[in-house]
Design a protein around this ligand. Structure first.
Ligand code: ADP
Ligand code: ASP
Ligand code: MG
Length: 469
């Protein structure tokens, strides 16, 4: 079971999570994975940036908010007459908070925030939430024991900020370290999102990485199911913040969920499903405030499209387009290779690619935060060699994806998509269809994003007003 930050927002949410664990522990063995409380990770990111820029006053303010939240939550679990376990928990939380303060001071003094020191900083969120959840579960009379991702055996490569677990060794270590505790009726409570590299430095698995931790642990322990507790009923036909009548999907396949998460249903870390999918372990997404509701079952089952062509519409915000142009790029095959090599070497992840055949251009969609770095590195490595003449950027873009296994081999879907978009007078800047035919994705300007999602949600009749029962 993984509890997302939205399910661990304050003491009462943590208490609720503990009750869910207690309820389902009867007759089951449960390993628990916890995210950081609420938006603590966002705050830690901000904190690092403030310290790096030397905005000490603002950094101190934000730090105090993080400290206050965790201290007050810790105190509410310890009560007025803390027992030994509670005293230990309070000491642990205070020690972590002073440690966090020192790390921020270090960043402030050096005015330096490297990917590695940033991961160290971000790791405090989960390190702080785990002792709280562990205490809440222990107070239910269960044998809960706290682990960091590293203690649990998760080892990653050196890609700080987006660490990739070395699965063989991680899974082996997880079995060795968590298996015996589970057999003995205990509950490991593991920090999501954070791990370490082979040298023992803290790494993180990328935003939303606790889902990945849960799926990896589930696969290692050969769990019957992996449950992701969150603040919505499950995977929905669209982000409910954008589409008011979005509905919960009761069944989706791993493929569909993957396309959805990759295309920004922030709901889930894009690589999170890999370990579970590989070992055919069903993943259930459930609402922690409605524990009786079944949620969405993600499984290897490809059917169950309810006769729908498209199943869900998702959106990736905060992206930009870079376009590489040059008249003599045509028929010069090495250029594309050099573009992607340069982007890869600079840690820029490419979301979408398209090559114009009439004009000699290649366009890539990448995260907006990477645009400047990408443009600079492409200019350095490609220009002045005859083929590439110009590297341009557009920063206000978003990617819209229409996803569903029912689209495969069903003609006319693309026509419906683009007719619906055209009716809204929205200009499409770039198009790609995955060869899987599980998705059609395209780029529009940022301001047009939400309207486009709503138009498509209506076109494919995905909303509650179209449900027959
Ligand atoms: P957690 O802290 O539980 O990991 P997240 O914020 O990471 O929660 O993910 C849950 C949120 O994802 C929901 O509150 C919802 O607003 C958003 N979301 C975006 N797209 C979808 C979708 N297609 N289905 C469900 N939720 C979605
Ligand atoms: N706390 C991390 C994040 O916000 C990991 C997670 O919640 O899954 O990205
Ligand atoms: Mg999440």
């Amino acid at each position: 079971m993984k509890f997302g930050g939205t399910s661990l927002g304050d003491a009462s949410a943590i208490m609720n999570a503990a009750s869910i664990v207690e309820q389902f522990h009867k007759g089951n063995q449960i390993a628990v994975v916890a995210s950081a409380m609420n938006d603590t990770t966002d705050h830690l990111i901000k904190l690092g940036e403030l310290a790096q820029r030397g905005q000490i006053w603002e950094a101190k303010n934000l730090l105090s908010r993080i400290q206050a939240l965790h201290l007050s939550t810790a105190k509410s679990f310890a009560g007025t007459k803390p027992n030994l376990a509670s005293k230990e928990m309070l000491a642990k939380v205070s020690a972590l908070l002073s440690n966090l303060e020192r790390s921020v001071e270090g960043i402030g003094q050096l005015r330096e925030l490297t990917p590695r020191s940033r991961d160290h900083l971000l790791s405090f969120g989960e390190q702080l939430s785990v002792p709280l959840l562990t205490t809440a579960i222990a107070q239910k009379g269960l044998k809960a024991q706290a682990f960091t991702g590293a203690d649990a055996g998760i080892v990653t490569d050196n890609n700080f900020g987006e660490g990739k677990p070395l699965t063989e060794i991680s899974m082996h270590q997880i079995q060795q370290r968590l298996g015996p505790l589970l057999e003995a009726g205990g509950l490991p409570i593991v920090t999501g999102f954070i791990a370490q590299n082979v040298d023992g430095n803290t790494t993180t698995l990328g935003r939303g990485g606790s889902d990945y931790t849960a799926s990896l642990i589930g696969a290692a322990l050969k769990a019957d199911e992996v449950w992701i507790w969150t603040d919505v009923d499950g995977l929905m036909t669209a982000d409910p913040r954008i589409v008011k009548d979005a509905v919960t999907l009761s069944n989706v396949s791993f493929r569909e969920a993957l396309e959805l998460s990759y295309f920004g249903a922030k709901m889930m870390h894009p690589r999170a499903l890999q370990p579970a999918a590989k070992h055919k372990i069903p993943v259930r997404i459930r609402n922690s405030s409605k524990p009786t509701f079944d949620g969405t079952l993600v499984s290897a089952n490809e059917k169950a499209s309810n006769g729908k062509v498209a199943k869900a519409i998702s959106i990736i915000k905060d992206v930009g387009i870079i376009t590489i142009a040059g008249a003599s790029m045509m028929g010069a095959p090495g250029v594309a290779a050099r573009i992607f090599q340069t982007l890869g070497a600079n840690g820029v992840n490419v979301v979408m690619i398209s090559q114009g055949s009439s004009e000699a251009t290649i366009s890539c969609v990448i995260a907006r935060k990477d645009v400047d770095r990408a443009v600079r590195s492409l200019q350095l490595s490609l220009m002045g060699q005859g083929q590439v003449e110009k590297v341009t950027e557009e920063k206000d873009a978003c990617v819209i994806a229409v996803v569903g296994s029912g689209m495969k081999g069903s003609p006319g879907v693309a026509a419906r998509v683009f007719t619906a978009v055209a009716k809204k007078n929205v200009n499409v800047r770039m198009i790609a269809q995955g060869t899987s035919e599980y998705n059609i994705s395209f780029v529009v300007s940022e301001v047009d994003g939400p309207e486009t999602v709503r138009a498509l949600h209506d076109e494919f009749a995905l909303g509650s007003k179209n449900q027959s029962s």
